[in-house]
Ligand binder design. Sequence first.
Ligand code: FAD
Length: 368
Amino acid sequence: MKEYDYLVVGAGLFAAVFVRQAIDAGKRCLVIDKRSHIGGNIYCENIDGIHVHLYGAHIFHTDNKEVWDYVNRFVTFNRYTNSPLANYEGILYNLPFNMNTFNKLWGVNTPKEAKDKIEEQRSEYAHIQAPANLEEQALTLCGKDIYQKLIKGYTEKQWGRPATELPAFIIKRLPFRFVYDNNYFNDLYQGIPIGGYTKIIEKMLDGIEVKTDTDYFEFIKENPDIAEKTLFTGMIDEYFGYKLGALEYRSVRFETEVLDTDNYQGNAVVNYTEREVPYTRIIEHKHFEFGKQEKTVISREYSSEWKVGMEPYYPVNNEQNNKLFEEYKKLADQEKNVIFGGRLGNYKYYDMDKVIEAALETVEKELA
Ligand code: FAD
């Protein structure tokens, strides 16, 4: 009999849910992560008493009561509601597009005035029957003002290309709200864990053996027979030595600064929608938790190209990459006793609630 039932590769959210359930069902598990900390991308670093979202701002939101009840077993959530702002040439607009945004853009007060204005703006582009790129698509959906002030520059920075060279399907529709409501999400449940995100993972992994600074590929050479099965939440193409080629990602670079002021921008998230400002957003972390510290910590986010070896953030799910993933998936299906899971194992952008859902489903199947 091998020492463990499961070798769990990764100490992120997917792995933590899987291993918690497996341990509770009496399985023997070892968790390893190549990073020096647990938590994967939801890890928060404590800087001057502020939980800094080191791998990008995270807001938990879900409509799934089962998932909400599950995470609430481990932490309590605060009442944070995501209400980002957009800064265009020094003027601030509320997001998502709602009556506050329309009022600031055009001075309209009623939903009817706002709808009429949007129709007037769109009518200028009515001649575009089949939008050939993202710019044309956006103009036919919202007209010039919203596109130029709030969409164009931000999208170009995110993708590192002019909007005229981006495919139209990136924007399928634009969610307009004709109410004065700045809550970004429509979900029933939303918040930030009191004590930060790392606490969720700490609680889930409570009493479970974890080795950080341990890369799977090195570890398995020395311990090939350590476990009956492996859960792998790293990159699927890396697992197979990139033998079919590398899947592409977009990366993000963060410039984090401690400032000697208690409140820098008065909001957790401010998007910079001009092309000329090099960063896409500034996150002021303390506002996620209504922090009262004397100092503040901000992170400027820069969207960047990704190369093998860099931190992979967003999968680029175009036709070519999806096809390549399908080929890797075929190899994965043949791999005996290895389960691939999580955002990197499935080459898919998952919000946290979807990761929990998927992990619960996977472990349930495993333990059945
Ligand atoms: P990860 O957290 O990436 O965990 C995988 C772990 O595996 C990592 O710790 C890694 O070090 C480890 N690993 C990889 N390879 C190896 C190896 N060879 N050996 C050992 N260990 C290895 N979701 C929301 O719901 N709300 C948000 O606001 C939100 N914001 C986001 C912002 C950004 C910028 C990004 C990129 C994502 C955001 N998400 C958000 C999604 C969220 O981050 C993911 O759902 C979640 O982190 C995925 O968890 P995971 O366990 O699948 O992957």
